[in-house]
Design a protein around this ligand. Structure first.
Ligand code: AMP
Length: 212
C-alpha cells in the first residue's frame, strides 16, 4: 500500500445508511452504489481513497493489523473487542443506541446466579462484576430476545434503539450499560505514515458531524 493510498473499512446495513451521507459531506463518494453491489471494495471520487465493506465485528481487526487504515465501527463492538489496538479520534454521532440489560416484563428478581445470554460476553462480564453480581454467561450469536422465553436465560444484554424488538418478545429494558454511537478508528502506524491525508479526512468529517 502506498503512503497516500487510504483504505476505510465500513459495514453494511444501518451504519452504512447513515455514514455515506456524512462521507459525502466530507467529499468521499463511492463510484457505485455499495448497497446494491456484491463487491467488497469500492473506488471513490478520490483517487487515493478506497472503501471496504466488511462485518462490523471484523472492522477493529482489519484496522488494528493495518489492512484498513481507518474504520467506522459501533462503540458496542469497541467495548467488546477492546480499544487498545488503534486510535479512536472521532465520534460520528450516528447509529445511536444503548447497550442494556433486559428481562421478561415484570419478572420477579432471580434468586441466586442470574443466567445472562448475550453476544457481548466481555461487556456483560465486566458490567455484572462491577455491580458485584455473580452471573452465568451464555454466549449466543443472534436472536438473543428468544433466550428468556425459551428458558435458556433469565436476562439478556443487547442493543436497544426504540425498544420495539424487546417488547415484541415480552421483554423490557432494565439497566443501561452504555450509550453507543459509531466511531472512527485509525491504525496507529497509518496515523504516522499517512498523517496528512488522514488529518484532512478527519477534519472534513469533524466539520460534517458539527453541521449535522
Ligand atoms: P429496536 O427494536 O429499535 O430497539 O432495535 C433493536 C435491534 O435493532 C437490536 O436487536 C439491534 O440488533 C438492532 N439495532 C438497533 N440500533 C442499532 C445500532 N445503532 N447498531 C446496530 N444494531 C442496532
Amino acid at each position: 500500500m502506498s503512503s497516500t493510498q487510504l483504505v476505510i473499512a465500513l459495514t453494511k446495513g444501518r451504519i452504512l445508511d447513515e455514514v455515506l451521507p456524512l462521507f459525502a459531506q466530507a467529499d468521499i463518494v463511492p463510484k457505485e452504489d455499495i448497497s446494491k453491489s456484491r463487491k467488497l471494495i469500492f473506488d471513490t471520487n478520490r483517487e487515493n481513497v478506497k472503501l471496504m465493506v466488511i462485518r462490523g465485528s471484523d472492522v477493529p481487526t482489519y484496522v488494528e493489523f493495518g489492512s484498513a487504515d481507518m474504520g467506522v465501527v459501533g462503540k458496542d463492538l469497541l467495548l467488546e473487542y477492546g480499544d487498545e489496538g488503534f486510535y479512536e479520534p472521532l465520534d460520528l454521532r450516528i447509529a445511536a443506541c444503548r447497550l442494556m440489560t433486559a428481562e421478561p416484563i415484570k419478572a420477579v428478581p432471580v434468586q441466586g446466579r442470574l443466567k445472562v445470554a448475550t453476544k457481548f460476553t466481555n461487556i456483560a462480564k465486566k458490567y455484572f462484576a462491577e455491580q458485584g453480581k455473580q452471573i452465568e454467561l451464555i454466549k449466543l450469536n443472534g436472536a438473543l430476545e428468544l433466550a428468556p422465553s425459551m428458558g435458556l436465560a433469565d436476562a439478556i444484554v443487547d442493543i436497544v434503539d426504540t425498544g420495539k424488538t424487546l417488547k415484541a418478545n415480552g421483554l423490557e429494558p432494565r439497566e443501561l450499560i452504555a450509550h453507543v454511537s459509531s466511531r472512527i478508528i485509525v491504525n496507529k502506524a497509518s496515523m504516522k505514515i499517512k498523517n496528512s491525508v488522514i488529518r484532512e479526512i478527519l477534519g472534513q468529517l469533524r466539520e460534517a458531524v458539527e453541521r449535522n
